[in-house]
Design a protein around this ligand. Sequence first.
Ligand code: KG4
Ligand code: ZN
Length: 378
Amino acid sequence: MSESYILGIETSCDETAAAVVGNGERLLSNVVSSQIATHQPYGGVVPELASREHLRAIVPVVREALRAAGKSYESIDAIAVTQGPGLAGALLVGISYAKALAFSLEKPLITVNHLEGHIHAVLLEEKQKGNFQIDFPLLALVVSGGHTHLFLAEQRGHGWSYTNIGRTRDDAAGEAYDKVAKLLGLGYPGGPVIDALARHGNPRAVKFGPSQIKHNNRGTPKAERTPYDFSFSGIKTAVLRYVELEGMRESIHARQQALAGIGKPAAENILAHCDKKTLDLVASFQRAVVEDLVGKTLEAAEEREARTLFVTGGVAANSELRERFTLEAAKAGLPVYFPSRKLSTDNAAMIAAAAFPKLQAKDFAGADFSAEATLVLR
Ligand code: KG4
Ligand code: ZN
């Protein structure tokens, strides 16, 4: 059978992305236009600005993805687009453009759940490496700026089916990274900065007890509770309290002033403006988050008898998280797979890859679907 090419389009948050993937396993191009510079002054993603930036970038990004893949619009077999979850206005830009392309080119259109995309980023790269042996049930931790979910996956027909067995009750893990970095005047996004700084601090210096990170069931109806839930808003408050108690405000302000003078500060610039107290705090925060993510995931894997682990999403780029998962999964005798750093954060290759089983099953979208900000993965 000849290879089928899917053009993937992703605009659910703050990256405008397009990619071409052959048969769900051969990456031909992967173009990501980041809006980090636009949102940096606000320390988080501003939805209205995100939509405007997607509108500006979508046409050149798609054109570049086709050019880099050596493909014409006509030679693509299908178009895949993220339907949700994500920012409604941002999703709509990608969806409207994908619909228009599919209509004018008379190509099938496939909708993809962003979370399934993150999971398929791992599968795509494993297939690229020649690893086609994935054992089920598979447990996937999807951990990013907007999500912290545990999905148990089984094979179903051409594709996979999912059961959500854990999720965050409040903030996503990446959101906690971003908020803590903002609070400490370390810039945006927080994950990569904290990742780089944490190795210079003592992770045992500040004690974050389980009470700060344990999930809180208050207010959640019993039927909706899942056994492996997460909660990351308590640790953010604990960091704030520590800052107040230890009188760190002035040094944070001084750092903000100093870094404002540097256009795009690198990790070394930021490190040069951090005292030991800040580095210890950052290292302790990261250790607490990583231990919680690894601990609950391995507990779930054992209890649900998972045979493979996937760890994916923006936070899966974190070095300590990767090290700890590699170590603990080996102890448990479980194979664990991560995407490369490039495919950990949002991209469209994962959307094109996740769409391939749907192309095989001829599971195409009509013209009447819209963005689903809270789309559930099943
Ligand atoms: O998957 P992603 O690009 O977007 C969402 O779907 O949310 O994830 C972005 C998130 C941000 O919160 C960012 O701070 C976090 O991933 N992140 C990291 C690292 N790189 C990105 N968190 C921890 N360590 C990293 N190295
Ligand atoms: Zn994402």
